[in-house]
Unconditional design. Structure first.
Length: 502
């Protein structure tokens, strides 16, 4: 994907000149120019989605053909699967809303079923809602590195010996991807996904697109506004990443304090239910029980149902349940069962927990290597394991449960360098940012940074709620009203808004 050096130098100069104006000068491969016309003008073949939620919503699906490498559009092609739920009143139709459910690597064909349910009838009447499995994900020419386990994130463990195990495991995951996917791997990136979105726009016959993204989808949406500002209509970024911290290092490190704070809230709740879970009557007692389980699992891995759980996995189990207060009972029950299993008792896992562990530990039904193909292909990271170990040790005092998880290395430490530099997001495309202060995935500080970088944006803050993804996931009248008003009228608030739980 390298371009002529002179052209690159000119491009860089123009980017600097235009950064303060809100305009972005698209790369030659970012536009529907020579070699790309056939992708923009393709006729889509709509069909049944073969997905119960989408079929019930009367959606249709299609495959959009895009180049694997936008710098070589005559070369190999791949397909991107999209869904469409038509505007309920064609006479009032404003356009389309494209979407991304997060990840990166999250499947999104049925994502807009939930988002559409949060729209008022007049807003829903105005848009075709477009769900997307991004390139490399789900039904869209998926990346599959044939990993022995599904999850590419793990805690470093309690000591140097455990960390050495993690280094070996992560190197193995990266090597498997390089072997199975080869050169193809370099083209599953956020910038190429943004280019795919513009091809989808053209194939749908639209001049501009509106957009709803959550989590990683906010970064993708911001990249799209930077690459294609003139194609951006009404942009909503819900639970927002810091574009300058995006990637498997900065973004993960920012989650540490947020998850320790969320663990405190969960521990308070669990202590108040001591008669049910017997994990401690105070926050500290509950926390001590968690730390004891991590230490015990390192010395003697816990047989947990059909699975073996050690100090690489226990923090991850906690992490995946701390993104919403409604999951507190599930997490408390899981920790109670872990404690019972550590004591030698037989536990019967709930079907949902069994399924989650089967994915994490056995890659069933499929691993999430697409997530790392995208992140590692977007941002270069340090490659020296000693650098990560230093961060892990420094974080343990203030982040006793999650410090070794959020500072651990990932397969990206052993990945080939990215084909392109990361996008610097700096523009004045009007955008609505929606964020809770207690988000454990994309932190409030990250949303503030995005707000600063998108100079024409407005921010809606949901105060004192530890929730990740609000609109369509966590009902809140104040937040929903602002989002629906913007989507209906194209009108941003005159000033930032603070909302509270209903």
């Amino acid at each position: 994907m390298l371009r002529n050096k002179v052209a690159m130098a000119v491009q860089a100069g123009l980017a600097v000149l235009l950064a303060g104006t809100g305009l972005a000068c698209a790369n030659p491969a970012d536009t529907d120019g020579p070699g790309l016309e056939r992708f923009y003008s393709q006729a889509l073949q709509w069909k049944s989605c073969d997905n119960p939620r989408l079929d019930e919503a009367h959606a249709q699906c299609a495959d959009v053909t895009v180049p694997l490498n936008y710098s070589a559009p005559q070369g190999e092609t791949i397909t991107v699967a999209i869904s469409r739920m038509a505007a309920t009143d064609p006479a009032r139709r404003h356009g389309v809303v494209l979407s991304n459910s997060g990840g990166p690597g999250g499947e999104g064909l049925d994502f807009m079923v939930d988002v559409g349910a949060a729209m008022t009838p007049d807003v829903r009447a105005s848009y075709d809602l477009i769900g997307i499995d991004p390139r490399g994900v789900g039904r869209s020419s998926p990346v599959d590195c044939h990993w022995p386990h599904g999850y590419g994130l793990q805690a470093a463990g309690i000591d140097a010996a455990s960390f050495a195990e993690s280094v070996a495991a992560q190197r193995d995951l990266a090597n498997r991807c390089a072997t199975t996917e080869g050169e193809r791997l370099r083209h599953f990136t956020t910038r190429n996904t943004a280019r795919d979105m513009d091809v989808i726009r053209g194939a749908l016959g639209e001049q501009r697109i509106s957009y709803f993204g959550t989590s990683y989808g906010t970064y993708l949406g911001a990249v799209f506004t930077q690459m294609f500002p003139e194609r951006s209509d009404r942009i909503v970024l819900d639970s927002t990443a810091d574009p300058d911290r995006y990637g498997p290092v900065g973004m993960m490190q920012d989650m540490g304090p947020a998850n320790e704070a969320a663990l405190d809230m969960w521990a308070d709740w669990t202590a108040a239910h001591e008669d049910e879970y017997h994990l401690g009557a105070t926050r500290q007692q509950v926390r001590d029980k968690v730390l004891e389980l991590i230490r015990r699992s390192a010395a003697d891995p816990i047989r947990f149902g059909d699975f073996t759980i050690d100090d690489h996995i226990v923090p991850v189990l906690l992490f995946i349940e701390l993104d919403a207060p409604k999951k507190y009972p599930t997490l408390a029950a899981t920790v109670r069962q872990l404690a019972d299993a550590a004591d030698g008792r037989t536990v019967e896992l709930a079907p949902e927990l069994h399924s989650a562990l089967d994915f994490m530990l056995n890659a069933q039904p499929r691993d999430n290597s697409a997530q790392f193909a995208i992140m590692c292909g977007d941002v270069a990271v340090p490659t020296d394991p000693a650098w990560y170990w230093g961060n892990i040790e420094a974080a343990r005092a203030s982040q006793p449960v999650f410090g070794d998880f959020v500072n651990n290395l990932t397969p990206c430490a052993f990945w080939a360098p990215p084909a392109e530099s990361p996008t610097q997001v700096r523009n004045s495309v009007p955008t609505l940012i929606v964020q809770s202060t207690g988000d454990t995935r994309t932190t409030h500080s990250g949303a503030v940074a995005m707000h600063r970088d998108l100079t024409a944006s407005r921010m809606v803050t949901l105060q004192d709620v530890p929730i990740h993804w609000i609109f369509g996931n966590y009902p809140n009248n104040c937040t929903y009203d602002v989002v629906n008003t913007y989507l209906r009228d194209g009108t941003l608030p005159t000033a930032d808004v603070t909302c509270h739980a209903d």
